[in-house]
Design a protein around this ligand. Sequence first.
Ligand SMILES: *Cc1c(COP(=O)(O)O)cnc(C)c1O
Length: 222
Amino acid sequence: MAFNQQAHRDLLKELEPYKARLIAVTKKKPATEIAEAYAAGQKDFGENYVQELDEKRAQIREKIRWHFIGHLQTNKVKTIVPYVSLIQTIDSFKLLKEVNKESAKAGIITDCLVQVHIAKEESKFGFSEEEVEALMLFPELSEMENIRIRGLMGMASLTDEKSQVKKEFLGLHTLFTNCRLMSMDPDAFDTLSMGMSSDYKIALDCGSNMIRIGSLLFGERR
Ligand SMILES: *Cc1c(COP(=O)(O)O)cnc(C)c1O
């Protein structure tokens, strides 16, 4: 299945009252479909794998804002730092330090989101709520001049139980509000990335201002 232009239009309209941003998730989808979505006005794209992102980027000339949304290994940081617009999946202090180091080398400041583990499943990466609050108050953070923490990102449990998903998203929104108060740069701490194809409506109602949508726009992945 190709890029669904009607679904894209409908989503954008649905997002308007929430002032939320749409990230088109294109893992396992070819560069041609990214180009189609770009032509329809979509500028922000999310990818999960460094090599796949790097290959597609080489095939596409458009000025895309790339979001990294997969588990990022420290040894791959230097590959994407020069061009990535937002790393949404900072899941360890070690990774944050590496992004800061490579950004300093490149002479840039990299925008990051801290990934929070809110789901029941154990497989999901990310900080616990307590760890995020501790991170925000870490003295070393103020010395990291080449990263800017723009907010939080999280994935809810894979369940049909809407009340559980809602509980997790509301919890992340509360954490987001608390962390903004602790942030050294509260005005820049403005992004709460939560919600995917199956649960974005719940996420928006719980205060999300960035949703990451794949299958709804590009069809199921193989
Ligand atoms: C794959 C993925 C998405 C998109 O998922 P869909 O269910 O296809 O909308 C969003 N966020 C992350 C982190 C993903 O890995």
